[in-house]
Ligand binder design. Structure first.
Ligand code: NAP
Length: 92
């Protein structure tokens, strides 16, 4: 799992959650990974910008070293555009 915002090292997650409750973005990321792992997923969290080829190559290298063969990638990096299609915009 990648994103530009890094998560702290795993051994600091519990402390982070205790000191950053609520809407903290990193806490939400940690909780999502914990939930995925409760459901049986094995998650390797790496920080990278999907528009940076060097960072993404490093992700591929580390993922392959950790999991072996990579069978697929789900790419959902993006910023949600709440303003709708261009035709219905009023300057934003
Ligand atoms: N949610 C929907 O109902 C919906 C429907 C249709 C289309 N979409 C599209 O699907 C995409 C994701 O939506 P979402 O609801 O999952 O948004 P989200 O919850 O904000 O997740 C987007 C993720 O992408 C990461 N990201 C953004 N830019 C990145 C980059 N350059 N490199 C690496 N990671 C990056 C963000 O983390 P960092 O900021 O830490 O990098 C974040 O974790 C958006 O483009 C959105 O427009 C969403």
């Amino acid at each position: 799992m990648t994103g530009r915002t890094p998560l702290p090292p795993r051994d600091q997650w519990q402390q982070w959650l205790e000191t950053h409750p609520g809407q903290d973005r990193v806490s939400q990321g940690i909780e999502k990974v914990i939930n995925l792992e409760k459901w049986g997923a094995e998650v390797l969290v790496l920080s990278a910008d999907s528009a940076n080829p060097g960072q993404m190559q490093e992700v591929v290298t580390q993922a392959a070293a950790h999991f072996g063969e990579i069978n697929g990638i789900i790419h959902t990096a993006g910023l949600v555009d709440y303003y709708g299609i261009i035709r219905s915009r009023t300057g934003k």
